[in-house]
Design a protein. Sequence first.
Length: 246
Amino acid sequence: MNDNYKESFEKTRQAGVIAAGALKEVKKIIRPGITTEEIDKLCYEYINDNGAYSAPLFYRGFPKSCCTSANHIVCHGIPSDKILNEGDILNVDVTAFKDGWHGDTSKTFEIGEVSIKAKKLVKTTYEAMMKAIEIIREDICLGDIGAVIQDHVEQEGFSVVQDFCGHGIGEVFHKEPNVLHYGKKGTGQKLKTGMIFTIEPMINLGKFETKILNDGWTAVTKDKSLSAQFEHTVGVKADGCEVFTL
């Protein structure tokens, strides 16, 4: 793996750039009054126009090209004719599949003016992801990533979702290792140069428990509190990491 990782990094980079580009396009149209269906259509067309395929579409039966998770939806929200309102927060999660490789990223958008609590939740979630990315390099443990996220989030009074985690990615959409967003320093697998995985903390305003709705996909906070998420796909190097989805 270590010798061949340059090619896998290059392929992931190409997919990652397209996924990141789709979120840039979403930023241009996102506002009160649009539907999550419109966001899905935009992502599908943008990814297609750039010579890639939306990996979530038909993945294990998922019906849409991206996930749109508003307010108390933690992840895997299905785009629909639901209209976004002033004060909502919405995570948009996109994965581009190009030339056999995946690039996976998500971002939580604020719709118009949001509450101070919502703003702080979104900011803390982003910071937690970036703090984790800053420590990634060969020979740290997966537990170090979880610990840095959990420490930051809990200091701010929020909770880390434990039912979902980051994952290895490459030619396969989801694979080992599981990247937990909570944990103890010095525990878990050691990172090696060439590993590629996602970091995607889901952070709740209230308690960490979640449940899945009847559609079999949509995960929500049990206490109906707000949830935010950010995600990047990263590759481990000896002295740090590359973020493929900037």
